[in-house]
Ligand binder design. Structure first.
Ligand SMILES: [Zn+2]
Length: 178
């Protein structure tokens, strides 16, 4: 029962909305990158930015889509998007940022040093707040990155709509029988 309660609390903390921020950055998408915004709601709201560079080339790679033989196997474009998302999350090839003080004061410098900070670099070392320089993501980012199943189903349709709408992916090439 205790475990279940803990899980429930974890689930509750995971309630973030993304629609408020549009979810994905169209400009970045046109440049080939997938930049997602999340909003973590709590006593205070924080915006999280997660960027997967060169996501579009992965999406359009021969491994996945637009090949008739692949389509014949019934792999839909939506499914391909989900596979790609899971893959970039698994490989942790990601750049991140969170608006919370914890990230700002304790982890931003380390994230900058490791070249995974998505927004402006932080060059002031956390000598007082994180003298051992341990970790590089706050609890919000950890939640997002460790629970992709929570947001991949919501983000995928946005990516589909945006890539088709912006002409990043040719509608004629996409398997439509979904
Ligand atoms: Zn945070």
């Amino acid at each position: 029962m205790a475990k279940r309660d803990t899980e429930r609390r974890f689930e509750k903390r995971l309630q973030y909305t993304i629609d408020d921020y549009g979810g994905i950055d169209f400009g970045e998408l046109e440049r080939g990158h997938l930049q997602i915004y999340f909003l973590v709601k709590g006593t205070q709201d924080y915006r999280i930015t997660v960027k997967f560079e060169n996501f579009v080339p992965l999406l359009k790679s021969d491994r996945f889509i637009y090949r008739r033989d692949v389509q014949m196997k019934g792999i839909s474009y939506s499914h391909v998007i989900k596979i790609c998302l899971q893959e970039v999350v698994d490989t942790f090839d990601v750049k991140v940022a969170c608006e919370c003080p914890d990230f700002h004061y304790r982890f931003a410098y380390i994230a900058t040093q490791q070249n995974i900070k998505v927004t402006e670099p932080e060059h002031r070392p956390p000598d007082i707040t994180n003298p051992e320089r341990v970790g590089y993501v706050c609890k919000h980012l950890f939640m997002i990155l460790s629970k992709p199943s929570k947001w991949i189903p919501r983000i995928s349709p946005m990516i589909k709509k945006a890539t088709l709408g912006l002409g990043i992916v040719d509608r004629d090439d996409v398997y439509t029988r979904e």
